[in-house]
Design a protein around this ligand. Structure first.
Ligand code: HEM
Length: 331
């Protein structure tokens, strides 16, 4: 751990080694309660334990696995629009619409609201518009809760839970913004590596392993997660004083050369990563994101094995690591 100055001028302890990150994410003296309002990822036990139970139940492995045929159908319908085209933007036509359709159907958000959600989510990720966008997002969810018919969906299931508005904003945004960039960043790594691409196209059973490696190499939450020390905390032999801000860098941990030799290279079969976090806040949507990744890459390679980069894309400015646009040639 090292004390560093963050872009906003504030001092924060930065944790970057794999072992230190795992230790920090499991440490009860590092609190997640940075933002008030009872959003699951910003609560500590015992409140966190109570809030997480029904949400985790709503995203159970069994329910997520049962979504596979529907996710395959969505992926295929999106890729139908690629047939016969010279060049497409992956983010616009596939990586974004796939997860937003899945999370909206699962939660019970009407189809016609998707554009509004996209605008709200985008504004929420830009520091300058974040506070205002949050208010508008919460107002949207409140309106949705008063107008929505009950159905076989997660919103209906969670309707009596505390802090529902806050947690629906979390589920809608966390439920797609991150997965968009698992698909985009993963595809970029793959198209830059013809050998791995060829082996995946030849052996689809390798795809789950490849999804893990995409998450390690360029996980959407590479920048990491924040904590605040509620007592003096020792991480990696260094004492972090009470009230310190702590930045836990998941991307740095995932490229720690002592755990991942040649860490900047795409290489299947590596040790597990921390792209979904670790400990009590471990991502509730990890199963869903993995399934979406497996289906997206399987369908893409199955239908467009000759897929190639049209131009080198650029990383956008955002705390979620990802591409603003990404042009490919389906062939
Ligand atoms: C928590 C990453 C997809 C919902 C987290 C955390 C990480 C993460 C690192 C831990 C945060 C912390 O420790 O402070 C990712 C990545 C995804 C992804 C990389 C996609 C590739 C999803 C999806 C959902 C989701 C699809 C939809 C249900 C959540 C929720 C939490 C969370 C609700 C808070 C859990 C808690 O605090 O107990 N995610 N996530 N995520 N994620 Fe994800």
């Amino acid at each position: 751990p090292a004390l560093v100055e963050m872009p906003d001028g504030q001092k924060s302890w930065m944790i970057s080694r794999y072992d230190d990150v795992v230790q920090a994410l499991g440490h009860p003296g590092l609190s997640s309660a940075i933002i008030p309002g009872g959003m699951l990822n910003h609560t500590d036990p015992p409140e966190h334990t109570q809030l997480r139970k029904p949400i985790a139940r709503a995203f159970s492995t069994r329910r997520m696995e049962a979504l596979r045929p529907r996710i395959e159908q969505i992926a295929n319908e999106l890729l139908d629009t690629w047939e016969g085209t010279e060049e497409v933007d992956v983010i616009e036509t596939f990586a974004h619409p796939l997860p937003i359709t899945v999370i909206c159907e699962l939660l019970g958000v009407p189809k016609e609201d998707r554009d509004e959600i996209r605008t709200l989510s985008t504004e929420l990720l830009v520091p300058a518009t974040m506070a205002e966008a949050f208010g508008r997002f919460a107002a949207y969810v409140e309106r949705l809760l008063t107008t929505k018919e009950p159905g076989d969906d997660v919103i209906t299931e969670l309707r009596d839970e505390p802090n529902l508005v806050m947690n629906l904003v979390l589920l809608i945004t966390a439920g797609h913004e991150t997965t968009v960039h698992l698909l985009g960043n993963g595809l970029l790594a793959l198209l830059r590596d013809p050998d791995v691409k060829r082996s995946l196209a030849g052996d689809p059973l390798l795809i789950p392993e490849a999804v893990e490696e995409f998450l390690r190499l360029d996980g959407p939450l590479a920048l990491g997660v924040s904590r605040v020390a509620t007592s003096d905390v020792v991480i990696g032999g260094v004492t972090i004083p009470r009230t310190s801000q702590v930045a836990v860098s998941l991307g740095a941990a995932n490229r720690d050369p002592s755990r991942y030799p040649g860490a900047d290279a795409l290489q299947l079969g590596r040790d597990p990563h921390v792209a979904f976090g670790h400990g009590i806040h471990y991502c509730v949507g990890a199963r869903l994101a993995r399934i979406e990744g497996e289906i997206a890459f399987g369908t893409l390679l199955g239908r467009f094995p000759e897929l190639a980069l049209a131009a080198e894309p650029e990383w956008r400015e955002s705390f979620i690591r990802g591409l603003g646009s990404f042009r490919v040639r389906p062939k």
